[in-house]
Design a binder for this molecule. Sequence first.
Ligand code: AMP
Length: 250
Amino acid sequence: MTSVPQNDRATWLQGPAAECDLPKPLLRPFRLILLGPPGVGKGTQAELLGKELEACHLSTGDVFRAAARGGYELSPAMAEAIAYMRRGALVPDSIVWKMVQERIACLHCGGGFILDGFPRTLAQAEALKSLLEGEHIPLTAVVCYELSEKEIVARLSGRRTCGQCRSVCHIVDRPPRVADICDRCGGTLFQREDDRPEAIKVRLEAYRESTAPLISFYRDAGMLLRVPAEGSPDDILRRTLNGLQVIQTK
Ligand code: AMP
């Protein structure tokens, strides 16, 4: 696997006032949306795909989590968004859309993008569609990861994140060498508030109700690439890259 220097995502994570060290524009940038239930591994795949395709991983959840970690004054809308996130509920469309619009430069990025966790409702998908069409930004594909609900609950409840470097492990599938300590940097591992059982239930319900309808929305638009999400992250990455190659050669 090639290792490409990663964009620091400053503009995406901190908002338009922050400037990224922009990657050089690519001839055929990949512009992807990742779909699939929470816990299916979209974040991990977005990271891996980002390295392979030199595209930036744009996660709306990461923006809310970065805001929740603090360090700067929160707007009332952002404070409201964080309260929704902590319960595992979807943040209202108006707040999410404003946040994405403020970061429109990231959608124009010459390195492409990998949207993870956005859009998550039909209203968000419609708004994104008109924005991309209006700005002449063509999507490459919408990758939909598929996994059984039993496996999803197991993945989410065992997931632990490093408080320092943000890397993710799993207490059963990829356990750290020392309990509760990050293998990569020695930081302390914690469980995301929204990975607790009560919040997982709410998140899966929100997915079934609000996000699952996007599968037919993008299938009807001829954009959908279905990828089974069983196996290791590398297996899933290979399947995704193979599927994207087929799309690119069409
Ligand atoms: P994620 O990391 O994508 O699972 O997002 C974590 C949480 O952030 C979600 O459970 C929601 O509360 C909130 N969130 C992230 N993206 C969106 C979105 N596009 N629409 C609504 N809520 C979102």
